[in-house]
Write a protein that binds this ligand. Sequence first.
Ligand SMILES: [Zn+2]
Length: 281
Amino acid sequence: MSVLPPSCMPKGSKLWILNLGSLDSDASGVLYGANIFPAHLPPQQHERRSLVMFSALIEHPTAGLILFDTGSCEDAISNWDSTMIECVPRIWQKEINSLPAAIEATGARSIKDVKKVILSHLHFDHAGGLEHFLDTDVEIWVHEAEFKNAFWAAATGIEPSLYSKKYLDVSRLKWRTFSEDHFQVFPGLTLHHCPGHTDGSVVMELRMGDSGTSIFTADLFHVKENYEDGWPAGRLMRDYNAWWRSRQFVKGLVDRTGARVLLGHEPSYMKAFKTSPEYLE
Ligand SMILES: [Zn+2]
């Protein structure tokens, strides 16, 4: 019997990638300067991007089910502002793309069995699914910088469309924070603080016995051009210098570990990854 290196998830661990629908966005939302055309040309057609939303469901043999990101809320009509609904419409089917349905479809029990939720950051398309964990004992883990920034941004209304007070609730969720730059949740599951897209964004590094290392960048890179070419994100960039440093760190991490990578919203990378009901071990 092979002995796993101590930094791996234990034998019996599994990873599913859940498809939680997509957003249809103007390319300028994810690529700086996209859809800006020379002044002498007549109005041009804008490029749009299909931005997948996903969650990683991890089965840990002793700790149980762990969720990395949760997708959007179920009822977008009542929870999103009208500009978001009209300009970034969601392509989503409740029976397939809602968090409970997607978890059920893996065959790995139900959303009620989730013990811990880890969030890359607290934007509505990653944290909206927290609505399923209101008034439960499930621990919600997020970087301290993200926790502070999101509550501040939502409470003052400076970023009204990116956060929702529905899940930014101090009394109905069991919030847990960490402040380290590199935080090991379990042997084999490490979170790296990678600011730029938001103050407290994190990247998840997951090492498994058979499949090796997988890295989940979330919105540090929305699409492949951000990651591969260093094309900065569009209107959702918050700190360019920090983003560049984070990008260099992740590039180095991928080189060192030979990891497969999943970006925040890139369909081609998701296609290359095994998606639920298939899983990695
Ligand atoms: Zn985001």
